[in-house]
Design a protein around this ligand. Structure first.
Ligand SMILES: N[C@@H](CCC(=O)N[C@@H](CS)C(=O)NCC(=O)O)C(=O)O
Length: 119
């Protein structure tokens, strides 16, 4: 009896970020094409990584110190070697290089944060 109150239906179970499994899988599809250029000891990068963690997002991390190719690519394609930088790719192949930790956090909050407010 109590079981049904607490939701035995897997699709209505919500993650910490407030998403159903179906919603989480949509979010994972979208962020599967993102990459965060960063390095470990950078405070601004840490701020973005914390937001990613809190929103339970799966985003590939590309360390520019551990892998010089990441740094080369960031400079050549993004236009600046400053981190953090979020590379965003959409399904239609359009992409953007988003710099500035506060802009990156704001973008992620606005696009993926609704579930945290009980949606
Ligand atoms: N206002 C920027 C500051 C970013 C920043 O200063 N990043 C440093 C590392 S902590 C950096 O990449 N410096 C090297 C450079 O700008 O080329 C932000 O909030 O993201």
């Amino acid at each position: 009896m109590l079981r049904s109150w607490f939701g035995n239906d897997k699709d209505t179970e919500r993650s910490v970020a407030g998403r159903t499994k179906r919603d989480q899988s949509k979010v994972d599809n979208a962020t599967g094409k993102f990459a965060l250029y960063h390095y470990e000891s950078c405070w601004f990068c840490q701020r973005v990584r914390s937001t990613i963690e809190r929103l339970e997002l799966s985003i590939e991390l590309r360390d520019i110190h551990l892998n010089p190719e990441n740094h080369r690519r960031l400079l050549a394609e993004g236009g600046s070697g400053t981190v953090p930088c979020l590379h965003i790719e959409r399904d239609d192949g359009c992409f953007a290089w988003l710099y500035e930790s506060s802009d990156i956090c704001k973008y992620l909050e606005e696009r993926f944060g609704q579930g945290l407010n009980g949606h």
